[in-house]
Design a binder for this molecule. Structure first.
Ligand SMILES: Cc1cc2nc3c(=O)[nH]c(=O)nc-3n(C[C@H](O)[C@H](O)[C@H](O)COP(=O)(O)OP(=O)(O)OC[C@H]3O[C@@H](n4cnc5c(N)ncnc54)[C@H](O)[C@@H]3O)c2cc1C
Length: 238
């Protein structure tokens, strides 16, 4: 049986018109231990049947030795958890969860190059990983975060990633928007970026996170580029 923990919602912030950040303070522990890239599973009051109440969310903050977990959750119209998080959940509410779980993590000795590809809240585990890796003594030569969404206002953690890019020479940040005309950056989907930039470097390590359509397409395209399967790690949201 999993060990269920409890916590309380101590802060909620709008990150974009369709995404919110939630901070949960874990009860009865000083240090909630997890690895960057892992997730927790919440038992939400959204259904009578237990297994229909469970939803997993990646941890957005890096492990820093305290008992706070940050989640970043997007709204999916009609989704039971989405409706709960965006229309019912209030500050101070009790949260029941298990975890941390998952193996979507960067090894202690990281590979020399890491390309992280994501759309929407797929960026969440990468935010934890990037902040974690950039504070380690052993650093990769390159961490490239490739983030895709539809429009400018949906870019998540924009200022933070820009500031990390300014501070760390080995961190690159590229955003591409698929439905924004008035924008000076990339237009279109995430795939065109790694295909163009890393065409001749099949030994690069890829981390993919998000929903099935993006992940399936990336796997096909990376295989066509000659990237071996063992160089691709993924976290599938559904
Ligand atoms: C390991 C893991 C980590 C996750 N981390 C996060 C996270 O950090 N942030 C986050 O927002 N979600 C995350 N998810 C997804 C999350 O668990 C829920 O599936 C999501 O919140 C939708 O739940 P719901 O009850 O609102 O919708 P449901 O009623 O469960 O949705 C029904 C179906 O709609 C589709 N769907 C739902 N949302 C989307 C979407 N945004 N885009 C495309 N299709 C969608 C899916 O096919 C889903 O099966 C994660 C999932 C996993 C497995």
């Amino acid at each position: 049986m999993p060990k269920w923990l409890t916590g309380h919602v101590i802060d909620i912030m709008e990150e974009s018109p369709t995404t919110k950040r939630f901070w949960i303070e874990v009860d009865n522990v000083e240090h909630f231990a997890f690895k960057a890239g892992q997730f927790i599973t919440l038992d939400l009051p959204i259904h009578e049947k237990r297994h229909k109440r469970w939803r997993s969310y990646s941890i957005a903050n890096p492990p820093k030795g305290y008992n706070i977990i940050e989640l970043c959750i997007s709204y999916f119209k009609g989704g039971l958890a989405s409706e709960y998080f965006f229309k019912e959940l209030k500050l101070g509410e009790k949260i029941t969860f298990k975890g941390p779980d998952g193996v979507f993590c960067i090894p202690q000795q990281p590979p020399s190059s890491l390309i992280m590809v994501c759309t929407g809240t797929g960026v969440v585990p990468f935010r934890s990983m990037i902040k974690d890796i950039l504070s380690r003594p052993m650093q990769p030569d390159l961490i490239h975060l490739i983030f895709g969404t539809r429009v400018k206002e949906n870019i998540l953690y924009l200022k933070e990633f820009i500031s990390l890019q300014e501070k760390h020479k080995n961190f690159r940040y590229t955003v591409t928007l698929s439905k924004e005309e008035n924008w000076e950056g990339w237009n279109g989907h995430v795939h065109q970026i790694y295909e163009k930039e890393y065409k001749f470097s099949p030994a690069t390590n890829y981390y993919l996170c998000g929903w099935k359509a993006m992940i399936d397409e990336a796997q096909v395209r990376l295989a066509a580029m000659g990237v071996p399967k063992e160089n691709i790690k993924l976290e599938l949201y559904g």
